[in-house]
Every structure is written in structure tokens, then in C-alpha cells.
Design a protein around this ligand. Structure first.
Ligand code: SAM
Length: 245
């Protein structure tokens, strides 16, 4: 029986590790980036539009891939990682709002984003269920959570091996090798969850979770929806300027 969270660190320790490793993060990732990650990142982000929130943006490796009509907000808990993401955005001439925050308690209104994106994040966040609940809260009804994440492989022998390697991986990188991410997403209350395996062993997967819930009557979310319905027949107020390029 796997014990996926046995070696999980406190969030303070995870943050400290990413802060410490920020300088080396891109260099450590580069081989995987060339082998496969870059293409998977493209898949993750393709087709997104509107207000998009990226959680755990890290050094900003996804930034260049967002379509021009995306209005991007990017969050990370580790200041050194976020600093690098900001620098990358400046270098690329991409406009985005960067916020230092813990995804377990996001400083955003309920139902404010059309999509939430993560890549290689839910292996490290200390309480993944709390991060998922926050992602779900800030999504507009019908909005999509897109996640590119690795997880504990299904073949028992490999799962066993990942369990054994996990303590070292966690101590060095802050990332768990054996989180059961699919189970976590499926248990997060979304109406639909799809999972696409990107390798034979099912270690890396793209998840798409959507919540078609109706807002509770009397909440700001419900009022916003009524306003939107009231103005549905009105002429458009003007095209939103692309603030990213
Ligand atoms: C493995 S890195 C991935 C970075 C980036 N998403 C990528 O694809 O390269 C994990 C990131 O998640 C961030 N992180 C971990 N726990 C977090 C939390 N509770 N809230 C926000 N960010 C968190 C870390 O600081 C780190 O930048």
C-alpha cells in the first residue's frame, strides 16, 4: 500500500528549498525540457484565452507559450523563483501580473479566472488538496484547471521504487516522486476530470478539470452572473487590450 505523503515537508521547508535552488533550477530542468517538457508545456497551454492564473510559476518556463490574448496572473510562494519569472517576462517583453502568494490561500476573488494552469507543482505543495480547493474556488463556472504533473507510476514495482527514492528526492528538491495526483484531482470536487498519459508508464500526465457548478444564489459570483446575463444583448464595450506584449 503506497504512502504518498509520508515524506512530505512543511510548506515553509518547501519554500526554502525552492528559494535556495532557484539559481540552478533552469539548468537542472534543461535536459528534460529538450527531451519532452517543452512540447508537453505547449499542449498544456494550447487553446487558453481570457483571464488565466498560473500557480507555482517558478522561473516562468511557460511564459513564452501563452497565446497573445491571455491576460496572465502568475503566482509563486518562493521569492527567488518569482524574481526569475519576472526577469524572464521583462526579457521576453511579456506583460503579466506577478504575485507572491501561497496557492493554499490565494489572494483573489472567487470565480475570477477562465483557466488555472500548473506544471510540475502539485508534487511539492505541502497540502495539495488545499491548493486544488483554491484553484477550484477562483475558477469561473465552466473554467478549466489544466495541470501538467508527474505522479506515482501505476506498475507496482516502479511504484515501490519511487516510494524508496522519494525521501531523497524530497530532501534535495522539495518534490515528491510518489504523489497520487490523479486521485487528488479526482477527489477535488470538479464535475469532470480527464487525464492524458504522456508516457508509457503514466508518470507524466496532463489533467483537465472543469467545474460546471452553478453559483449559490445571493453570492457575489451569482450577482456577477446575473449582471452578465443582463448585459448579454448590449453592444460590446470594446476589445480588451492585450497587456502582455
Ligand atoms: C518544480 S517547480 C515548477 C515551476 C514551474 N511551474 C515549471 O514548470 O518549471 C515548483 C514551484 O512550485 C512553487 N510552489 C511550491 N509550493 C507552493 C505553494 N504552496 N504556493 C505557490 N507556489 C508553490 C515552488 O516555489 C516552485 O517554484
Amino acid at each position: 500500500m503506497p504512502t504518498p505523503d509520508r515524506n512530505t515537508l512543511s510548506q515553509a521547508r518547501v519554500t526554502q528549498i525552492y528559494d535556495r535552488n532557484a539559481l540552478f533550477y533552469d539548468a537542472m530542468e534543461t535536459p528534460m525540457e529538450w527531451l519532452a517538457l517543452r512540447a508537453w508545456r505547449r499542449d498544456l497551454i494550447s487553446g487558453l484565452s481570457g483571464q488565466v492564473l498560473e500557480l507555482g510559476v517558478g522561473t516562468g518556463r511557460n511564459l513564452a507559450l501563452y497565446p497573445a490574448d491571455v491576460v496572465l496572473t502568475a503566482v509563486d510562494v518562493a521569492p527567488s523563483m518569482l524574481k526569475r519569472a519576472r526577469a524572464r517576462a521583462r526579457q521576453l517583453g511579456i506583460g503579466a501580473t506577478f504575485v507572491q502568494a501561497d496557492m493554499r490561500a490565494l489572494p483573489f476573488e472567487t470565480a475570477s479566472f477562465d483557466a488555472v494552469v500548473t506544471s510540475c507543482v502539485f508534487c511539492s505543495v505541502a497540502e495539495p488538496h488545499a491548493g486544488l480547493a483554491e484553484a477550484r474556488r477562483v475558477l469561473k463556472p465552466g473554467g478549466h484547471l489544466r495541470m501538467l504533473e508527474h505522479q506515482r507510476p501505476d506498475p507496482p514495482a516502479l511504484g515501490w521504487l519511487f516510494d524508496r527514492l522519494n525521501p531523497l528526492a524530497v530532501r534535495l528538491t522539495g518534490a515528491n516522486l510518489n504523489r497520487e495526483t490523479q486521485r487528488l484531482v479526482e477527489g477535488a470536487g470538479f464535475s469532470t476530470v480527464t487525464a492524458r498519459r504522456l508516457d508509457e508508464l503514466g508518470i507524466v500526465r496532463i489533467f483537465d478539470a472543469c467545474d460546471a457548478r452553478e453559483p449559490e444564489v445571493g453570492t457575489e459570483e451569482a450577482d456577477a452572473k446575473v449582471d452578465a446575463i443582463d448585459t448579454a444583448g448590449a453592444p460590446p464595450l470594446g476589445t480588451q487590450r492585450d497587456s502582455r506584449r
